[in-house]
Design a protein around this ligand. Sequence first.
Ligand code: PMP
Length: 414
Amino acid sequence: MTVISETSSPVYDVSRVRADFPILAERIHGKRLAFLDTAASSQRPLSVIEAVNDYERHHHANIHRGVYQLSQRATDRFEGSRERVREFLNARSEREIIFTRGTTEAINLVANTWGQSLKPGDEILITWMEHHANIVPWQMLCERTGALLKVIPMTRRGELDMDAFEQLLSPRTRLLACTAVSNALGTVLPLPTLIAAARRHGALVLVDAAQAVAHQRLDVQTLDCDFLAFSGHKLYGPTGIGVLYAREAILRTLPPWQGGGDMILTVSFTKTTYNDLPYRFEAGTPNISGAVGLAAAIDYLLTLGIEAVAHHEHQLLEHATERLQRIEGLTIIGEAAHKTGVISFTLEDIHPHDLGTILDSEGVAVRTGHHCAMPVMEFFDVPATARASFGCYSCNEDIDQLIGALGRAREVFG
Ligand code: PMP
């Protein structure tokens, strides 16, 4: 595996990083693959693929209940992965780390447990640039409880309107649920400022870290958030595994959500008692190999160095932005001062889906559509955008290929 130290200022050797990702050698319509859709799902390095493979070949059994050796090996690996996640987020205890299917399930878990305490007139504050996963669960909760959903507006550049934010906070605000990075615009939100302001008003804070987790360090103690959610597949890990971090003192007060095996201590027809944290919130057999793969993905990213990767992605962002801006008729949607490696754009009046199809025929994989952020599309008055996004393996050649393919699209639709 490529080793790039975080402390020395590293020369980032992207070709060595790319060699860790077998899928990048795939040919698409006979062309080189320029994979520019990491924001939707990142690719997996060999070390993750092999960790999952090793688990499946040598260690699988159901966890927690077995006295036989194989089950203990599987349990050790699953719980070892939890410890790896705890360390990664700097949570105080493993009791604060709940494995979920992903960010979406983690947010729904909070809405369905903590959310039960909401009363009519309580307020939940979200931002205009949330993914649907951080909108719809709160809307559903508000419908059930009579609480109100308030939305912090944004500016034309795609930045949060901080004055409006301050005005929306009040003693009625029970929760600020906000993304760390917008998946549609790439905007990095000023989490420390947002969290400090929410705290002053006595509100809890949930951070949707789906788009941030692979690009910035997330230390839950420094951030001082109450909940944080992310998905393994945005972090070079498998799909179907994710994490909810929740402050232990809060978790202890929450009712269980899904009922079933593993989340109980005793069951009788008259009374059921519940398991300790975090198992109380993990009903049923979990995605064991997914957790093993997630731990391997964390190891991989930390070996590259999050800061080194983020620096590399930022250089690509600047380079791609500059090149795209030179294309006549191309409009970049989202021009925040602080962005991750995500560029949304439209090209003249070519529908983004048509554009995506032409780009695909040139081997370029970009996402087109509303990116599960329909309010953002409505705000910018576009039905959809094309979105190029970068990861640790993205390179200048990918950008050259994108620019070339956009030229081809203009010929076809010109
Ligand atoms: N929030 C954000 C900001 C996202 O980008 C995504 C994935 N596109 C999600 C939530 C949902 O993640 P998942 O589908 O893995 O649950």
